[in-house]
Write a protein that binds this ligand. Structure first.
Ligand code: PHE
Length: 464
């Protein structure tokens, strides 16, 4: 094929509807589901928090997910190009550039945490993890993530795997690997659940997940649930716009968005079911925070029959979930640089993946050797996490909801989302996207900047 023809070549597309759903679910299901969801649920009292989280997914996550899909599918472009295509001359595309910045930031630290999971998989297979005394596990984890070479080694391996899949392209890379890895992930999680719920004393953990105790909820819990709905569904940075951009005509978007939201939610709940029964069975602390998976669980695994096997399975599961998410984050800038500057996929992926890896090395070092260097009181790693998850994602999600709800003509938005004009569900979706989602997102945003607290205390003063 000549160079001229190469340029004329049609845009890449998903091979099948199932492939697209698996890839989008693979993006959604990640560290957010298996590492973060269980620990924030543990910290916020269990079942009551889960109920709030389910509302957040339904009222904000699902409508914004559908919005991202339709923007990409209608425009057939990357996250920035899509806004320019649909609203030429208007500033909506700035949301795309914010998404681009989020992608660099999130993948930098995401690769570091994924590297920890990879390394724990290795430590579990080789029996190293089983050899650490339970009360030493916290120091062991701390020692590992603050050391220099070892976490970087695993982070780089993880990033190279991510790059290799993305270099393969949409159909032969991302879709193919999602089709292989997602079923393995479901199988592995079921294995761990069977082990966990059959332990003596597992009932207390199941109760924790099912019996709501609303007294454990705080105002912050609502906002944590909402913020997490964004992160877990990969929203607010154009990932789902980019993936939607590879959709052929004919895929029904509302059903795709519903499928992906359900898959993501079910896996988060299953992760809870894999973790809490075991944690309770061994009398460990469900509210242990970010260390729940890396410190509490290894102690749990040590105490159960065939624990090394289940530890290996569990950390492999986290690594796989992280990989199918990382490729979707990398695809956002890759699609942009490919289309905007006509780079080949290979060039774009290696260059951008390389830069993100280098930034990630900085994030890893900031846990230990470089921890003295802080930006606004946070080390580099925490700053990347905080800025992207608390500012850029909610802001991006807000702009996307406003764009579809207010920037597009009602008729166009409904048609692009595959609704007929008078369909009730379509009308409900538009209203939620126009009013409810933006208000809720604004609340999260104001809260993360501390502004909400100032307003609340001001109102309290006025009233009282
Ligand atoms: N949804 C992924 C997770 O839950 C993280 C992610 C965020 C992926 C933003 C893409 C974009 O781990």
């Amino acid at each position: 094929m000549g160079a001229g023809q190469e340029k004329e070549q049609k845009r890449e597309q998903w091979g099948s509807k199932l492939g697209f759903i698996l890839a989008a679910s693979g993006s959604a299901i990640g560290l957010g589901n298996i590492w973060k969801f269980p620990y924030i649920t543990g910290e916020n009292g269990g079942a009551a928090f889960i109920i709030v989280y389910l509302f957040a997914i339904a009222l904000v996550g699902l409508p914004v997910l559908l919005s991202e899909f339709l923007i990409g599918k209608k425009a057939q472009k990357d996250a920035i190009g899509s806004f320019k295509e649909l609203a030429p001359g208007k500033p909506w595309y700035i949301a795309g550039y914010m998404g681009l910045a989020s992608a660099f930031m999130i993948l930098s630290f995401y690769g570091v945490v994924a590297g920890w999971a990879l390394s724990y998989t290795f430590k579990a297979v080789t029996g190293q993890l089983a050899g650490v005394a339970p009360e030493q596990l916290e120091n062991y984890f701390g020692g590992f993530i603050t050391s220099t070479a070892s976490p970087i080694f695993w982070q780089v391996i993880f990033m190279v795997l991510t790059i290799l899949i993305v270099v393969g392209g949409i159909k032969k890379g991302i879709e193919r690997w999602s089709k292989i890895l997602m079923p393995i992930l479901v199988f592995l999680i079921l294995l761990v659940i069977i082990r966990s719920v059959t332990l003596p004393g597992a009932g207390a953990g199941i109760e924790f997940l099912l019996k709501p105790d609303f007294s454990k909820l705080s105002a912050a819990s609502f906002l944590i649930a909402l913020g997490h709905a964004f992160f877990t569904l990969s929203l607010g940075m154009g990932t789902m716009i980019t993936y939607g951009g590879y959709l052929p005509k004919g895929t029904n978007l509302p059903s795709a968005a519903l499928n992906v939201s359900i898959a993501d939610t079910v896996i988060a709940l299953l992760a809870g079911l894999a973790i809490f029964p075991a944690v309770f069975a061994f009398g460990m602390d469900a509210g242990a925070g970010p260390g729940l998976v890396f410190i509490t669980l290894p102690a749990v695994f040590q105490q159960m029959p065939m624990g090394s096997l289940f530890a290996t399975v569990f950390f492999a599961l986290i690594s796989i979930a992280a990989l199918t998410s990382a490729i979707s984050i990398l695809e956002v800038p890759v699609a942009f640089f490919k289309e905007k500057f006509n780079w080949s996929r290979k060039k774009a992926t290696w260059i951008i993946g390389g830069i993100i890896t280098v930034v990630g090395v900085g994030a890893s070092l900031s846990m230990g050797p470089w921890s003295g260097f802080t930006i606004a009181g946070k080390n580099f790693f925490d700053q990347l996490d905080w800025m992207s998850a608390n500012i850029l994602l909610p802001l991006g999600g807000l702009v996307i909801a406003l764009f579809v709800g207010w920037g597009m003509k009602l008729k166009d938005a409904l048609a692009a989302a595959d609704f007929s004009e008078n369909e009730v569900v379509g009308r409900i979706w538009v209203s939620v996207t126009k009013f409810i989602a933006p208000v809720l997102i604004m609340l999260v945003f104001l809260h993360s900047l501390g502004i909400l607290d100032i307003i609340i205390s001001f109102v309290k003063k006025l009233v009282g």
